[in-house]
Design a protein around this ligand. Structure first.
Ligand code: HEC
Ligand code: HEC
Length: 366
């Protein structure tokens, strides 16, 4: 059942839903294909109107296509989460959460899900996301889905899955739900989410050249802009995903719009990693995001407070220049070595932005 030679390739455009599910162009194993169905299936939400892809849409760099809101609306209208939807692409490159090499890895802005499988178990049952009442209800929604992959589900996750869900047999439900989450994680590790087809990759492969401005942007990114201290470039065989997989407090201001949408108290401050670890030394730290397809995923930061890439760079350049920015959401554990007053000119800020735009996938070399 788990072998790679059981590949299904679907030809043509057999299925489309409101959120743009089209068939994969890659050859997928059964588990990958199952994960793909699950990822795009709106039937797995309480009002049958929201899939993983709704907040992590391929065309939007696998983040929320709604550029105007800092947070995402759930399946139930008017319910909003309290963080910006990050990209689900390249998430597979984050190692499992660990404390062994300092704090590193994990999924979510605060690293609280150890890996993609644990992450995928959450959204279905989260009341401000897909809002399903139980794991059994999710399994039965797979069975009744108009996308028609219930047989594939039984084949991958066991023949009793739906019967166990109907008869409330807990161990069976747990097994099938774990398998469902695993399948999504397996899909998230495919090339479809991490294609490495940007201009940056083409330049690395010697198939394209940067413009002078992009080139300057890259040297500022690794040099006086200090970005690469945290958004690291790979070395040797490592693929470059522009993150050190660690957590930092770069001191972004709080976002009143988020506080109002998510119905939080006016003085709300997101503790990030410090909240998860219950450790004051980690308060205010968030994961260093990867920067691939970053042009497609505004707004930016855990609270969506920064709207454009130009403003992001201006923020790093001038955070500590008096009068430029409101005070940090959290001032503890602030990074002051690499961020704050970089002395970049306006043109240099623009070059860094132009460099970041070379990280969009789907580049076709001339
Ligand atoms: C209503 C919008 C919404 C839906 C639906 C949703 N997500 Fe998310 N997703 C988010 C938000 C917001 C976060 C960040 C939450 C946090 O850090 O606390 C997130 C985080 C993630 C991450 C972590 C990425 C990172 O860089 O840490 C992954 C992976 C992910 N989601 C995959 C999924 C999958 C798979 C599903 C379906 C099972 C799903 N999401 C459904 C909004 C959504
Ligand atoms: C000290 C480490 C550090 C340095 C230096 C740094 N970053 Fe970041 N970057 C982060 C962290 C951590 C976040 C997430 C912060 C948050 O949401 O509170 C982030 C977020 C971002 C985002 C938004 C990502 C998203 O998905 O919303 C962009 C874009 C970005 N950085 C670009 C840059 C650029 C360009 C530079 C250099 C001018 C830079 N960073 C320097 C750590 C760093």
């Amino acid at each position: 059942m788990k072998s790679k030679n059981l590949k299904i390739i679907l030809h043509g455009c057999l299925l489309t839903t409101a959120i743009g599910f089209t068939t994969s162009t890659f050859a997928l194993t059964n588990e990958e294909q199952l994960g793909r169905f699950l990822y795009f299936d709106e039937n797995l939400s309480i009002n049958q109107n929201q899939a993983c892809a709704s907040c992590h849409l391929p065309e939007a760099g696998f983040a929320d296509p709604d550029r105007h809101l800092p947070v995402s609306e759930g399946s139930i209208a008017g319910k909003f989460g309290s963080r910006n939807s990050p990209s689900a692409s390249y998430a597979a490159f984050f190692p499992e959460f660990t404390l062994k090499r300092g704090v590193e890895g994990g999924q979510f802005w605060d690293g609280r899900a150890v890996n993609l499988t644990e992450q995928a178990k959450g959204p279905f049952l989260n009341p401000v996301e897909m809002a399903m009442p139980s794991k059994a209800a999710v399994l039965l929604a797979v069975e009744s889905s108009p996308m028609g992959y219930s047989q594939l589900f039984l084949q991958v996750c066991g023949n009793n899955a739906f019967n166990d869900a109907r008869n409330n047999i807990q161990p069976g439900i747990e097994n099938a739900y774990n398998c469902l989450a695993d399948s999504i994680a397996i899909f998230e590790r495919t090339e479809e989410l991490s294609p490495f087809t940007s201009k940056f990759d083409a330049v690395e492969a010697g198939q394209a050249v940067f413009t002078a401005e992009e080139e300057e942007g890259l040297s500022l990114f690794t040099g006086r802009g200090k970005c690469a201290h945290c958004h690291s470039l790979g070395g040797g065989k490592e693929k470059t995903v522009f993150t050190d997989f660690k957590f930092h407090n770069i001191g972004v201001p709080s976002n009143p719009e988020l506080i109002s949408l998510a119905n939080l108290p006016a003085d709300f401050k997101d503790p990030g990693l410090g909240g998860f670890l219950n450790d004051p030394k980690e308060v205010g730290r968030f994961k260093t995001t990867h920067l691939r397809n970053i042009e497609l995923t505004p707004p930016y930061m855990h609270n969506g407070v920064i709207k454009t890439l130009k403003e992001v760079v201006h923020f790093y350049n001038t955070r500590d220049v008096p009068g430029e920015w409101p005070e940090p959401e959290i001032s503890d554990n602030l990074d002051s070595n690499f961020v704050g007053d970089l002395g970049l000119t306006d043109a240099e800020e623009n070059s860094i932005v132009e460099f970041m735009k070379t990280l969009n996938d789907g580049y076709i070399a001339p």
